[in-house]
Design a protein around this ligand. Structure first.
Ligand SMILES: [Mn+2]
Length: 322
């Protein structure tokens, strides 16, 4: 933490990066840090390889398109992820930076940063960043508070995921003192859906199959279905309606984003560690939410993933019983 505070205080130009398929924690942390650095009269550019989801446009993220600044700034900071591959098309430029900093709460990759603050026990990157901002002694305004709150609230699923702790609530309590429109934030993040969600839900249910007596659900979107509902599929909460159904533990989502390129998301309810599964396929994430990509044939991937899920269910059930 001390090193990162020194870097922020000492240098004057920064490029910020967050992960592809950005969520409120990725964009909120990046935008809050952008606003803080601007208040400190630093030069700052924010990059994201992906669109801001409509329902969190209220974050008012200002993304930079011009890549030339990345080579000109003194420091590059990665937020809410910790491997260059996660920043998509900016991976190479980030890798070439002189000073590389990371602030994140995902499982560590092998990538070497110059300075890193990775706390896998933190519920969100915004929680970590908020602690940093408090140490910087920059006065927080309502827009900064709103971005931080949106991130910590989003990553805890509105304070219901297993990662939620006393600190989440303490930070939320403190940030709410900055008088942003809480009802608007909650409505947009947790209630609002475009009307085509009804058709999306129908498709998703039709394409969801139970395995192992329903302990595993697999939802498959081929490229055609993905293209039709692309915006919805990119919303990380779109499939939450399948969470918590009695008898189910693991949900697998396989989405053919491009021809024969599959994006795989894994979610668990109470005990399975889906990060273990994702890692077997070169991905990563959290215990209850993880992901990976594959370009094998669909049938092969499905078989391998189901095997891995079954092993993880056996392992985690043994853990529970011992
Ligand atoms: Mn996050």
């Amino acid at each position: 933490m001390k090193d990162i505070l020194d870097i922020i205080n000492k240098f004057n130009s920064f490029a910020l990066f967050c992960h592809v398929s950005p969520d409120a924690d990725a964009l909120g942390s990046m935008n809050a840090l952008r606003l803080v650095l601007k208040k400190m009269n630093k030069k700052v550019f924010a990059y994201c390889d992906g669109k801001v989801p409509d329902n969190i446009s209220f974050l008012d993220v200002k993304l930079e398109e011009n890549e030339k600044h990345i080579q000109q700034v003194e420091v590059c900071i990665m937020l809410d992820c910790n491997a260059p591959s996660r920043v998509g098309k900016y991976a190479g430029l980030f890798d070439n930076a002189k000073i590389k900093v990371v602030i994140d709460h995902h499982q560590k990759s092998d990538y070497e940063f110059t300075y890193s603050l990775i706390d896998i026990n933190s519920p969100s990157t915004c929680d970590l960043l908020y602690e940093i901002i408090k140490e910087l002694n920059v006065p927080i305004n309502s827009q900064i508070a709103l971005n931080l709150y949106a991130g910590l609230s989003s990553d805890t699923g509105g304070f219901i995921h297993s990662s939620t702790n006393a600190m989440s609530h303490k930070h939320a309590y403190e940030l709410l003192n900055y008088n942003f429109d809480l009802e608007m934030v909650n409505y947009n993040m947790f209630k609002y859906k475009q009307s085509n969600y009804l058709f999306f839900y129908k498709t998703a249910l039709r394409n969801t199959k139970p395995y192992l007596n329903g302990k595993i659900y697999v939802t498959f979107f081929n490229n055609k279905a993905y293209k039709k509902y692309e915006n919805i599929c990119e919303n990380p909460t779109a499939f939450h309606f399948l969470d918590g159904i009695e008898g189910n533990e693991i949900r697998v989502r396989i989405i053919e984003k491009e021809k024969d390129v599959y994006s795989i998301s894994l979610r668990s309810n109470k005990y399975a560690n889906v990060c273990n599964i994702a890692r077997e396929f070169g991905g990563g994430g959290h215990i209850r939410a993880a992901g990976c990509t594959s370009n094998e044939f669909f049938k092969d991937i499905l078989g391998k993933i189901l095997d891995s899920c079954q092993k993880e269910l056996e392992r985690s059930q043994n853990d529970r019983n011992s």
